[in-house]
Design a protein around this ligand. Structure first.
Ligand code: PLP
Length: 495
């Protein structure tokens, strides 16, 4: 299995090169040249396995002998990533939500957000990839821009991994108090956390500029280092996310909720488009999926795109109660565009140039119609988000976080609009305790000033236990307090 770039048709690399580099030299994103297939027969067999077994089977299709991977090695990494690290033994458990909907809980990892599913595995894949694809003696410097959850999950994944250092940039006004404290208290000898004055797009643009700057690469190389990314632009982060879509389908099959081959819908709270893109890959592989519903908060740039074919980031940026989705440049959409344009890298590169220069591009009607057959989209404002949390609690005794609530609202609205009542799986991306203040307010309980008091108050008000990693966060010593302007981010690569 070879990989190419969304912006350069000549790019031709192995999976390990794609993962080790993170991003293609001309700025494009790596993706496999062909999508491997998954038969119904395989899905039925996978239904009998646990999460680790399912992951081994799916990932071995993307990380093949051609990239230097052995099945034993891959199995070892996967077992290490998902054994003893997730509070729920199912890793990604599926809960019933009424008669025809389910919630796929992806927040039982060490940082209580779905990023853990990929970031517990990525460091192992990355170190192995670097050894296979490049001079293995170089230290890998991981650069990551975060809207809150990636940073912590990457720090946890990479902390004290030999041969790596990790530098995380977060927008000082764009993350919750809990998210900020999770990062500023990070343990480990190879970690560093810096606040950026600006929003997530500023931080992400700054990181992309560092990758695009050849001088920085040369200087780092001379010092025995090489740059890589833990953001969802790295294929090594995307591939592990395909697994839980297959796993959810297997669980439904096993529980007798569906018959083999019956299509289902997934609703995904979306920001950078990485999570839902993994679902699209699962669909392309053969997982029976009817619609992928892309759920946005007030920053509804993707909703508008799927409705009109025009992607326009020139609009007000809203800071919402679902901060991990406060994004106006959804990086992974580029991979979908490439696939929708049938691998026309030149056209894809053209759109990305327009996005970089004018903040806008429009896809032809034919491509829009193709996308609309596979995707639906909807958005949710702050009041609707709070109402969705209240409804889930009152009607189903289900405590939802703000990001998941966006998806719950969009599902309801999608069904009312389309009458498509296909069995739906709503992807839950964070623990409600990560956004305790907003959740308390939504269920009508008093909201303490301090977000750490809110954790305890949410537990007291609902009887739902606070996850262990968030308990005691208040009393952990803060290690990182640095703040910088976006223009100065590159200086930190000299660390
Ligand atoms: C990252 C994140 C999202 C958005 O996921 P993308 O892959 O960027 O679309 C949604 N919810 C939570 C809680 C997140 O951490």
């Amino acid at each position: 299995m070879r990989y190419t770039s969304t912006r350069d048709a000549r790019a031709d690399v192995s999976s390990s090169q794609a993962i080790a580099r993170g991003i293609s030299p001309e700025g494009g994103l790596y993706l496999p040249k062909a999508v491997p297939s998954l038969s119904l027969w395989e899905i039925k067999a996978l239904a009998e396995l646990d999460y680790i077994g399912r992951a081994e089977h799916i990932l071995s299709k993307f990380l093949t002998a051609e990239g230097g991977w052995t099945r034993d090695e891959l199995d070892e990494y996967i077992r290490a990533a998902y054994t003893g690290t997730f509070a729920d033994p199912a890793v990604a458990p599926l809960r019933d939500f009424g008669a025809d909907a389910h919630i796929l809980e992806l927040f039982h990892g060490p940082t209580c957000a779905f990023k853990d599913l990929a970031l517990q595995l990525l460091p192992r894949l990355l170190v192995a990839s670097a050894a296979k694809a490049m001079d293995g003696d170089k230290e890998i410097l991981i650069l990551t821009a975060t809207s809150g959850d990636t940073g912590k999950a990457a720090l946890e994944g990479f902390k004290d991994v030999p041969g790596t250092r990790i530098l995380v940039f977060y927008p000082i006004d764009g993350v919750s108090a809990v998210q900020k404290r999770q990062m500023s208290t990070q343990e480990g000898g190879n970690v560093r956390v810096v606040g950026v004055i600006g929003n997530f797009d500023d931080a992400q643009t700054g990181v992309k500029a560092i990758f695009a700057n050849e001088n920085i690469g040369v200087v780092l190389n001379a010092r025995g280092r090489t740059l890589s990314s833990a953001n969802s632009i790295n294929w090594g982060r995307l591939a592990p996310q395909i697994v839980y879509y297959v796993s959810a389908y297997c669980d439904l099959l096993r529980a007798g909720n569906i018959t083999a081959g019956e299509p289902i819908n997934f609703v995904v709270p979306t920001g950078n488009f990485g999570n839902i893109l993994a679902a699209y890959y699962a669909k392309r592989m053969g997982l029976p999926i009817k619609k992928l519903v892309c759920a946005s908060n007030q920053n509804r740039v993707l909703t508008d795109f799927f409705e009109t074919g025009v992607y326009n980031r020139n609009r007000p940026f809203h800071t919402t109660s679902s901060p991990s989705m406060d994004i106006l440049i959804s990086s992974n959409l580029e991979r979908l565009l490439y696939l929708a344009a049938r691998g026309d890298a030149e056209q894809c590169a053209g759109w990305m140039r327009q996005l970089a220069h004018g903040g806008r591009y429009a896809v032809p009607g034919e491509i829009l119609r193709t996308l609309q057959t596979e995707f639906a989209a909807g958005s949710c404002d702050e009041a609707q988000c709070a109402a969705a949390i209240a409804n889930a609690w009152e009607q189903h005794k289900y405590l939802s976080d703000t990001h998941t609530a966006v998806a719950l609202h969009v599902l309801e609205e999608y069904r009312a609009r389309t009458y498509d009542y296909t069995r739906a799986v709503v992807v839950s991306t964070a623990s409600p305790f990560k956004f305790a203040g907003s959740v308390l307010g939504a269920i009508g309980a008093p909201v303490p000033q301090d977000e750490f008091d809110a954790l305890e108050a949410l537990e007291a008000a609902t009887g739902v236990p606070c996850p262990a990693p968030l308990r005691g966060l208040r009393d952990k010593p803060v290690r990182f307090t640095e703040v910088c302007a976006p223009a100065r981010m590159a200086e930190y690569t000299r660390w």
